[in-house]
Design a protein around this ligand. Structure first.
Ligand SMILES: [Zn+2]
Ligand SMILES: [Zn+2]
Length: 391
């Protein structure tokens, strides 16, 4: 096991998922953590204060540890984490199913906080600045970086995957990854800029145009975000197709059609609403592997398919359809060039990410938050972990 800190275990959790999709998690009783071991004196060699973190010490195992406070490099800032929201990919990483996240990593990449220290070459940020973090840290020198496609940098390091992430009191990150937020934007909302950003980047890449009809498969947080952004970007209608009434009711809005596809057929209505053509764009906002067949059936001739969510398993796609109907299959990953736009849209009241926040929990409850996010009840969107409340 790779565990960079070699520090005493405070308490640990083994997280088990039941077959039905629910989660079993032994949450220790209040007061069981952090016990006295949390305050074991630092080895003198480390010489830095301890901060709290929930560490992935082995797959399906999180340990609540005291780790040394990280030190900002010359171009980095030290961020006191305020909020880190739970993402489906954190659960994938917890289970060791993808992303090559090493054991010993601190997960969490949807982060807001306050600048607590700056490296000697930092020019754009100052102590006390409130920031939202863009989690992919590129090299800024390679062919992709120099043409502005920095999110595809082959050298990318990623918060919560290859860099210690936001489920900790402090982290360090390159100053260009920390976006200052205005006074009117809360740190809670700012923790959601990354999930908003990946959706905005996806819709830009899929060239959603004014007057188009979009079909979004999946009624989770991403389905909700695609619905809001799709309308802002001028879609005539966004159809959100899912299985969860609670979520679909909250996603429904003017020009947003929601259908529980477990009960209702949607294709006849979708085709009727588009003069028999089908949607211009279909989005995979679920990890289901069968969704691509539905996307093929729902788009028009020369329609576009956006491969957005990381699929649970390998997907079979009928490429003869792509050929015969001149379809486009478009991939999208990460959130380049999106934060400034999102900050403005929220400041103007056109986007209200606070509506996605279903629960706010302390760091110690992260295993519970993971279990809720993974659990059978889908009566929630995003769970925020609160490291430092906004004052
Ligand atoms: Zn995420
Ligand atoms: Zn690069």
């Amino acid at each position: 096991m790779y565990l960079p800190w070699h520090l005493p275990t405070v308490s640990h959790y083994n997280v088990h998922w039941s077959e039905e999709g629910g989660a079993e998690y032994p949450i220790p009783p209040a007061g069981d953590h952090p016990p006295s071991a949390a305050h074991v004196p630092l080895p003198a060699v480390l010489g830095s204060p301890l901060v709290k973190a929930l560490v992935l010490t082995a797959y399906n195992r999180l340990e609540y540890l005291d780790v040394p406070e990280p030190a900002a490099g010359p171009e980095e800032v030290l961020v006191r984490v305020a909020y880190c929201s739970v993402c489906g990919s954190d659960i994938t990483a917890l289970e060791g199913r993808a992303f090559d996240v090493p054991e010993g990593m601190i997960l969490g990449h949807e982060v807001s906080g306050t600048v607590a220290a700056v490296g000697e070459r930092v020019r754009g940020l100052a102590l006390g600045d409130r920031v939202a973090l863009e989690p992919a840290v590129p090299c800024r020198r390679c062919w992709y970086c120099l043409r502005g496609q920095y999110h595809m940098c082959p050298q990318t390091l990623h918060l919560g995957a290859s860099l210690p992430g936001g489920f900790a009191e402090y982290l360090t990150i390159h100053e260009l990854n920390a976006h200052r937020i205005p006074a009117g934007l809360s740190l809670r909302e700012a923790a959601l800029l990354e999930p908003l950003g990946v959706c905005l980047a996806g819709l830009r890449k899929a060239r959603l145009a004014v007057g188009e009809t979009m079909a979004v498969f999946g009624d989770g947080p991403f389905g909700a975000i695609f619905a809001r952004l799709g309308i802002i970007m001028g879609a005539r209608a966004v159809w959100v197709l899912g299985h969860h009434d609670w979520r679909l009711e909250r996603i429904r809005a003017p020009h947003v059609v929601t259908v529980n596809t477990a009960r209702e057929a949607y294709l006849p209505a979708l085709f009727a609403a588009t003069e028999g053509r089908g949607a211009d764009l279909a989005v995979a906002a679920t990890d289901s592997t069968t969704v691509y067949a539905e996307m093929l059936a729902s788009v028009r001739i020369q329609g576009r398919l956006l491969a957005f969510s990381y699929p649970r398993d390998s997907v079979t796609l009928d490429l003869s359809q792509v050929h015969m109907r001149e379809l486009e299959l478009i991939g999208s990953c990460r959130c380049p060039h999106t934060f400034a736009t999102l900050i403005e849209l929220i400041a103007e009241g056109r986007l209200a990410p606070g509506e996605l926040i279903s629960a706010v929990m302390p760091l110690e409850a992260l295993p519970e938050a993971f279990a809720m996010a993974r659990g059978r009840s889908k009566e929630l969107f995003k769970i925020l972990v609160e490291l430092a409340a906004e004052v």
